[in-house]
Design a protein around this ligand. Structure first.
Ligand SMILES: [Zn+2]
Ligand SMILES: [Zn+2]
Length: 241
């Protein structure tokens, strides 16, 4: 083991990092969440809607499609989320996004990557892309959380990372405070792709941090499909309820 690695292992042991949620010491390398908090993560497992991935109570088969997707068929081919957006995941996403604790991209990215590996194992993904921020919000926040997460996923899957020429045509209100109908209206026509034809014929994995009604990822998927994308699969860290 190189000396620098040995030293860093020793330092991890002597000075454990505080868990991002509860503050307990974490000695595992590169981790920012203790095992106790990891245990509280509400991982999303079957049963869920086969299209949008929304968890459902009760018994359904693999082909079940929820009433929401039947009424308004989404433009994405499938969407899946790693965990429920509550408890430690909510805490970490907020700290990452609003508290600028960008080192949490690694923790959340690992969770997201394993979700993508499980659900899209049979698909050939040409590139990983992400929901763009409007340049005004990007400037305020100094980073795009979806971009950082997508970078982690792309590296982990060994797939190219691209912005796919996507951009926001206008500044939109934060989706969190709006109801389902207002969310759809808020992002309607809010995305576009540069006319470079990059998306044409490609199968893309679209990354975002949270998905609740799916209005944002659906609007982005519609834009990508409109630009000729062959497939758009979605993966998010959290699933809001
Ligand atoms: Zn903890
Ligand atoms: Zn659905």
């Amino acid at each position: 083991m190189p000396l620098a690695n040995a030293l860093s292992l020793l330092l991890d042991f002597v000075y454990p990092r505080p868990c991002a949620v509860c503050g307990a010491g974490v000695i595992e390398r590169g981790r920012h969440l203790c095992w106790e908090c990891w245990r509280d993560v509400g991982l999303i497992e079957f049963p869920f809607c086969s299209w949008c991935g929304d968890p459902v109570a009760g018994q359904v088969d693999n082909h079940y499609v929820c009433a929401w997707c039947r009424r308004r068929p989404p433009s994405f081919d499938r969407a899946r989320s790693a965990a429920l957006y509550d408890g430690p995941v909510q805490h970490c996403v907020k700290a990452f996004k609003y508290g600028k604790r960008t080192h949490l991209a690694r923790e959340l990215g690992a969770l997201l990557s394993s979700c993508a590996r499980v659900h899209y194992a049979d698909e050939i993904v040409d590139a990983v892309t992400y929901v763009p921020l409007h340049r005004r919000r990007r400037r305020e926040r100094t980073f795009n959380q979806a971009h950082l997460l997508a970078g982690f996923v792309a590296r982990d899957l060994g797939v190219k990372l691209t912005d796919a020429g996507l951009y926001r045509t206008r500044h939109t209100d934060t989706q969190a405070l709006l109801n389902a109908k207002a969310r759809r209206r808020n992002v309607e026509g809010a995305f576009a792709v540069k006319p470079n034809g990059w998306a044409r014929g490609r199968s893309l994995l679209l990354i975002d941090d949270i998905m609740t009604t799916g209005a944002t990822v659906d609007a982005v998927a519609r834009t990508l499909k409109g630009a000729g994308a062959h497939r758009v699969w979605v993966a998010t860290v959290g699933r809001g309820v």
